[in-house]
Design a protein around this ligand. Structure first.
Ligand SMILES: [Zn+2]
Length: 154
């Protein structure tokens, strides 16, 4: 699990939020001891907010993951993060592609958490498409910096 989170090419804040997420230390509404905020998912308004819903079930999050996996032509990303490490290792070994996919997954986790916070604390909402296009630019830049000869599908 930690290997895809603490890759050298990952953007550090993405790794940090992902680490908190896999250890269930993010302050999702179900995790808060007290809260004035009613517990509903602010991304879809259709369920209670908890880690499993927010990152793996919510329609908004699944759409961001779908756009991201289409971009790198990934298929069959497991629905649970606990299975990601085995899947990434199995699919890509431990080489460059593994790191690229790790950087993508941690970016997705980060962006979901950021969008959730923007909606709760700043009252500003974006579509998965908007978030994806900005994220894609950042990652493309990062990959090009780390691997100058690396070509991604566009
Ligand atoms: Zn939701």
């Amino acid at each position: 699990m930690h290997r895809f989170i603490w890759n050298r090419i990952n953007i550090q804040k993405h790794s940090f939020i992902s680490w908190l997420m896999v250890h269930d230390k993010l302050q999702t509404l179900d995790n808060m001891k007290w809260s004035y905020i009613p517990n509903h998912c602010c991304l879809c308004m259709m369920a209670e907010e908890n880690r499993a819903h927010l990152f793996f079930v919510c329609k908004w999050s699944r759409e961001l993951l779908r756009l991201s996996s289409d971009w790198l032509r990934l298929t069959s990303i497991p629905a649970r993060h606990a299975h990601w490490i085995r899947w990434v290792l199995h699919a890509f070994g431990r080489k460059r592609r593994f790191k690229v996919v790790g950087a993508l997954l941690t970016a997705v986790i980060y962006e979901i958490w950021k969008e959730r916070n923007n909606r709760i604390f700043r009252n500003c909402a974006q579509t998965p498409n908007n978030v994806f296009s900005v994220m894609k630019k950042k990652l493309t830049h990062r990959f090009a910096y780390c691997y100058p000869d690396f070509r991604l599908a566009h």
